[in-house]
Write a protein that binds this ligand. Structure first.
Ligand code: PAF
Length: 281
């Protein structure tokens, strides 16, 4: 496995891989790898000849007062984990390699980025789409892999790929969960042990809502109310949003019909957790 930190070397290697006609799978990450990332990597390895994993804590997608500085980093551990799943190349550039002095170009998807997480994290998705577009240009992957846990990110990136005619396929893989249902996230590390126990409320409340839908409930307001009640019963949990939206434009639905995304964000102190399920009726 090669570890590359500069764009010139990356370009040379990718050029050689392309010359051989090999397919490339890309798993973009911010490092501190967990089983969610590893499951994306295993899929990418199985479906492509050459696996590239990028590890870059992207300053552009963190707002003022967010956790850019504290975001967990452990490149040595990440290298071991990535090597064990058959990664061929890790791209781990320093910030100045991605955003040199005078950097001025950004990619922005409209509409889909102002709702859900976008309303409390202005500029976040602009940071994500900009860095991911750059990674796509650098790696020219055949397939790029993302988790369903970041459902809005997946929608936004799919829109970017379509709108900008990017020549690759996005693969969105199911959320990987801890045994008690908590969605895996590098940010789970911030939780105290008491918060960690309470954090199962995200997935539990989503499942309760799915159960109500199965029993026939179609009113999004009533479903949101149920979820809010569950969340408020968890010690230390502060609900940031619950939304029930359609899966094409992420617009709030007036009745649950067809395919809907139920997405929530909950804060435990400064730690912000998100989760979602897709329901189809
Ligand atoms: O999902 C993430 O970890 C990040 O948003 C991504 C896609 C690697 C872009 O920095």
């Amino acid at each position: 496995m090669q570890i590359v930190q500069d764009i010139a070397t990356l370009r040379d290697i990718i050029g050689e891989v392309k010359k051989k006609g090999l397919s490339i799978g890309l798993v973009p990450t911010m490092g501190f790898l967990h089983e969610g990332h590893l499951s994306l990597m295993r899929a990418a390895k199985a479906e492509n000849d050459f696996l590239v994993v990028s590890i870059f804590v992207n300053p552009l997608q963190f707002g003022q007062g967010e956790d850019y500085e504290e975001y967990p980093r452990d490149l040595a551990r990440d290298q071991e984990l990535a090597a064990a799943v058959g990664c061929d190349l890790i791209f781990a550039p320093p910030v100045k390699e991605m955003y040199p002095r005078g950097y001025a170009t950004f990619v922005e998807v409209e509409r889909l980025t102002t709702v859900l997480c976008g309303s409390s994290r202005p500029g976040h998705f602009r940071g994500v789409t900009t860095v991911v577009a750059k990674l796509f240009n650098l790696v020219s992957p055949t397939h790029a892999y993302f988790g369903q846990k970041d459902a809005q990110q997946a929608f936004v990136l799919q829109k970017m790929v379509e709108d900008l005619n990017m020549n690759l396929e996005l693969v969105i893989r199911p959320t990987v969960r801890e045994a008690d249902g908590l969605a895996m996230s590098s940010r789970n590390k911030y939780l105290t042990s008491a918060q960690r126990k309470e954090a199962t409320v995200l997935f539990k409340s989503l499942n309760k809502a799915a159960g109500e839908i199965e029993k026939g409930e179609r009113d999004p307001e009533k479903l949101k109310e149920k979820i809010a009640q569950e969340i408020s019963a968890a010690r230390g949990a502060r609900l940031e949003y619950i939304e029930i939206v359609d899966t094409s434009e992420l617009r709030p639905v007036s009745t649950v019909a067809g395919s809907c995304l139920i997405a929530i964000a909950v804060k435990f102190d400064q730690t912000r957790l998100i989760d979602n399920i897709v329901v189809g009726v």
